[in-house]
Design a protein. Structure first.
Length: 619
């Protein structure tokens, strides 16, 4: 007697032979949520927002919730996937600014009010940083009497109070008792005049014979694009009570800075090539060149884990930390572990994940580990094209797409769902982890969807067992599947999953007439490759290859599970089954290698298989 039962289903382990897998592991587990041990589909994503009116293909979308805007959700959308977006670390920021940098464009920022109003046109973002004035002042004092020597500088200030580096100083000697020192020669223009929100000019001067060599604040005047002047009439005694110019190297970031991350201590770290750049603490606009560091190899991307900056490069990774930018230090890790994709880098509470040549790496305070090592070898990992990963995290789960229609999920904390695949979607352009809900969002056709929302319709799943090898040749003549037969609306799901296949199949090749070949002939085999990216059998009709899926029939069938039985890699049964009903399988042949495949839109609890129907009751 040969009889066995499959339940407590698990995911895939591509590194293991199909015949040496543990009994409940799969060779295919797609769109299959295995956290409960059952075969069940993920929920159909829920539409959050349609951004198709923006006029470009969206690669990243950042949600600002209604609790922040005071109205409805607002969205920051970008064409490039390689955009790092940071909310302002400025204490009590009245303007609620958001900052970003990418591999395309100049580092920029905008206020919440302007983002809500449109983030384009009159509300277009500003370039990050404040430029240095290009001219020094002309100072004209009175002469005669007791002379004193002063130095003057001035700075540009934005409408949001961001102050840039000072001009080169102008030093003059004049009458100490002069009632007025005339200042002229202010710069009336600067680089990117329309992209910097300069509205004010701050004037500073030194105090003669003072023990403090700093520049003291004199006055703030309005910036003008026409020549303008100022008369300094303040006494040394008055000016000495004012604030001093605290920062003299608060330059804008490098215009080619490709990305950035926010450290918990309030300073930003950016990168370009092999260089690291640092802003002053809680001053995102001020980037001091003296803080710059460099790595040996080109930087791919950054992630913050706890108090540590993870620096992924084209070779060795680095870890860095510091209570302030001028105290930042780096440690280079041993071993060549190149990061293969910038958008494959995600940070979790356990560490930073990133794809490398040997698998999915996790870097934390304990060092670097390949957390997928027991799941895939280097050879199998390469078939997932990790260089194309764009990823997000849900808790400790890592979800990465490598194309518009295929993703891999790795969950190091779930033994039953360590590795799964997703192929239920088309035209995926981006993936995000929502900063406020922690949930994953998918960007599809310039629309943003909430991934796996509770209560929504289930996606169709696909699960194929290991190759079960028996000690002798047998004929398995009966099978039974237990599953949930409650009502499920499948209409939308069927149309979303199978209608695109029918269109592609119709355009891919001539269609053979239905029933044109006898059952069992070469025209009735299960073929693949007719439609790019489709992984299910393509000539699925038992009578010689009706090549298209019967959508109306499938939409009307409600809950269903499709069972396919393989004997020595040949399909011997393919049918829609009812729950807890014995299925008679074909007879007349025997073999020791058997495999079982299921597709469904409901929850499957178990699969029982035996040589006879009577023997099903023994397992």
């Amino acid at each position: 007697m040969v009889a066995f039962k499959l339940e407590d289903f698990s995911g895939i382990k591509p590194r293991m032979s199909r015949r040496l897998l543990p009994p409940n592991n799969a060779t295919v587990a797609r769109n299959t949520k295995l956290l409960e041990g059952e075969l069940r589909g993920y929920h159909k994503p829920n539409l959050l927002v349609d951004l198709s009116g923006l006029g470009f293909t969206i690669g990243r979308a950042y949600r600002i919730p209604a609790s922040v805007t005071g109205g409805s959700d607002a969205w920051l959308a970008f064409q490039s996937q390689n955009v790092d977006i940071i909310r302002s670390p400025v204490l009590n920021d009245a303007y609620n600014r958001y900052y970003w940098a990418s591999d395309t464009g100049i580092p920029s920022y905008n206020t919440l009010a302007r983002i809500v109003a449109g983030n384009t046109g009159a509300n277009a973002p500003w370039y990050l940083g404040v430029p240095q004035p290009g001219t020094s002042l002309t100072v004209t004092p009175s002469t005669g009497g007791t002379n004193e020597t002063r130095s003057y500088v001035y700075t540009f200030v934005t409408a949001y109070g961001e102050e840039g580096p000072p001009s080169n100083p102008t030093t003059v000697t004049g009458d100490a008792s002069s009632a007025s020192w005339g200042l002229s020669g202010f710069a009336t223009t600067y680089a990117d005049l329309t992209h910097r929100n300069i509205t004010k000019v701050n004037i500073y001067r030194t105090i003669p014979n003072s023990t403090n060599p700093a520049f003291f604040f004199v006055a703030q005047i309005s910036f003008s694009t026409s020549p303008y002047t100022y008369s300094d009439t303040a006494s040394d005694t008055t000016v000495a009570l004012n604030n001093t110019l605290d920062f003299t190297a608060n330059f804008p970031p490098d215009a080619g800075m490709q990305g950035m991350a926010l450290m918990p201590q309030g300073y930003l770290v950016g990168f370009k090539g092999r260089n690291l750049y640092f802003s002053e603490q809680y001053l995102p606009h001020a980037w001091n060149p003296a803080y710059q560091l460099a790595t040996e190899f080109e930087i791919v991307g950054l992630a913050v884990w706890g108090q540590t900056l993870i620096i992924c490069t084209a070779s060795n990774p680095y870890m860095g930390s510091g209570v302030s930018p001028n105290a930042f230090t780096m440690q280079k890790l041993d071993g060549v572990t190149p990061c293969l994709s910038r958008r494959g880098i995600v940070s979790t509470v356990a560490g930073a994940y990133f794809p490398t040549i040997d698998g999915l790496a996790m870097l934390n305070g304990m060092g670097l580990n390949i957390i997928s090592q027991d799941l895939v070898t280097k050879e199998e990992w390469a078939t997932y094209t990790p260089t194309a990963f764009f990823a997000a995290q849900l808790g400790l789960q890592y979800m990465a797409f490598n194309s518009s229609n295929f993703a891999v999920l790795i969950n190091p904390t779930e033994p039953k769902a360590r590795m799964l695949e997703i192929d239920a979607f088309q035209n995926i352009q981006g993936i995000e982890t929502d900063k406020y809900t922690g949930n994953i969002q998918l960007i599809q056709n310039n629309q943003v969807f909430d991934w796996d929302p509770n209560g929504a319709e289930r996606l169709y799943w696909h699960w194929r067992s290991k190759e079960v090898q028996f000690p002798k040749f047998v004929n398995l003549g009966a099978a039974k599947i237990k599953f949930d037969e409650s009502a499920v609306n499948v209409t939308d799901n069927i149309a979303a999953v199978y209608a695109p296949y029918n269109t592609a199949r119709f355009n891919a090749a001539p269609l053979a007439p239905i029933n044109s070949k006898p059952i069992g002939t070469s025209g009735c085999v299960y073929r693949k490759g007719l439609v790019a990216g489709w992984t299910q059998p393509e000539n699925f009709s038992p009578i010689a290859g009706g090549p298209l899926y019967p959508l109306l029939q499938m939409q009307s069938q409600g809950v269903s599970v499709r069972l396919i039985v393989y004997c020595n890699a040949i399909i011997v049964a393919d049918r829609i089954v009812h729950s807890d009903t014995i299925q008679r399988l074909p007879s007349g042949f025997k073999h020791d290698i058997w495999q079982f495949e299921m597709f469904g839109n409901t929850n499957v609890y178990s699969l029982q298989v035996a040589e006879t129907g009577k023997e099903l009751g023994t397992v």
